[in-house]
Ligand binder design. Structure first.
Ligand code: R5P
Length: 264
């Protein structure tokens, strides 16, 4: 890997733990104003200080993130359909030049393996990897799951491996039973998405399991910004990802810091 790309990729990992807590706030690109993200400026202001990396669209970066931020940005560069349409109908939405202009540490896009437009989304990934190579920008592939698709190790293993084979430098996928087999068969690092909001303790358990089974971190959204206390939750997640805390210890921290101030 060339120096610039390695340097950008390493910028999202904690120097001591070697893991990362990426904060995913890109949901509006197909869900519109989502709970916890209805006022994106507020969400960014509240949570950015605790993130190792922000995963967002260029529109949110331009309007909600201070130019002097020290937090590396991964830019979502795919989109198109809304929640009302066929989700796999995505195209590439951001040029690599614009990603460079925004000083992105990396770019990310979804592939929809097994969905109607599987081939198009995998070829979107290939095109983005080719272009990103020219600039030394790392690419994160997201194994998006269509509405009717299962999230088991066989399916997620297939999607992660395809993403790595096409050239992704890092993959975001979901946690599942037998997750370690997904990690083992994927030659690049994996971070987990959190998925739909669940109880805080369960989300911490999922993060614990994922790290124990080989993930290098999380790229978590709803289980942080939709928590009853987003700042407490992200700090509890950090305790798991960076300090090797048990779920009980991380949850105790959540309870201690819980200010009962959810985001709109
Ligand atoms: C989908 O909207 C995006 O790829 C999210 O960044 C990803 O799903 C992580 O967010 P969450 O933890 O809410 O699933």
């Amino acid at each position: 890997m060339d120096w610039g790309k390695l340097n950008r990729l390493q910028s999202i990992f904690h120097p001591t733990s070697g893991n990362t807590v990426m904060l995913a706030i890109d949901h509006g690109y197909f869900q519109g104003p989502t709970t916890g993200l209805k006022n994106p400026q507020e969400t960014v202001k509240t949570l950015l200080p605790y993130a190792d990396c922000l995963f967002a669209t260029r529109g949110i970066v331009r309007t909600c993130v201070e130019e002097n931020t020290r937090v590396p940005l991964f830019l979502r560069v795919s989109g198109g359909p809304s929640i009302l349409g066929e989700l796999s109908n995505e195209d590439v939405t951001v040029s690599m030049k614009d990603a460079v202009r925004l000083n992105a540490a990396g770019v990310g896009l979804s592939i929809f393996v097994g969905a109607q437009n599987e081939d198009r989304t995998v070829s979107n990934l290939a095109k983005v990897v080719n272009e990103a190579q020219e600039y030394g920008i790392p690419v994160l592939a997201i194994t998006a799951v269509g509405r009717d698709m299962v999230r088991d190790a066989r399916y997620l293993g297939l999607a992660c491996r395809i993403a790595a084979e096409i050239g992704a430098d890092i993959v975001k996928t979901y946690y599942c039973e037998h997750f370690e087999s997904v990690v083992k068969s994927c030659p690049v690092p994996i971070v987990i998405a959190g998925g739909k909001k669940i109880l805080e303790k369960d989300a911490l358990q999922m993060a614990r399991n994922a790290i124990d089974e080989g993930a290098v971190g999380v790229d978590m959204g709803r289980n942080i910004f939709q928590s009853e206390s987003p700042t407490a939750m992200i700090q509890a997640v950090r305790k798991i990802v960076h300090e090797g805390a048990t779920v009980d210890d991380a949850y105790a921290l959540f309870e201690k810091l819980n200010d009962h101030k959810p985001l709109a």
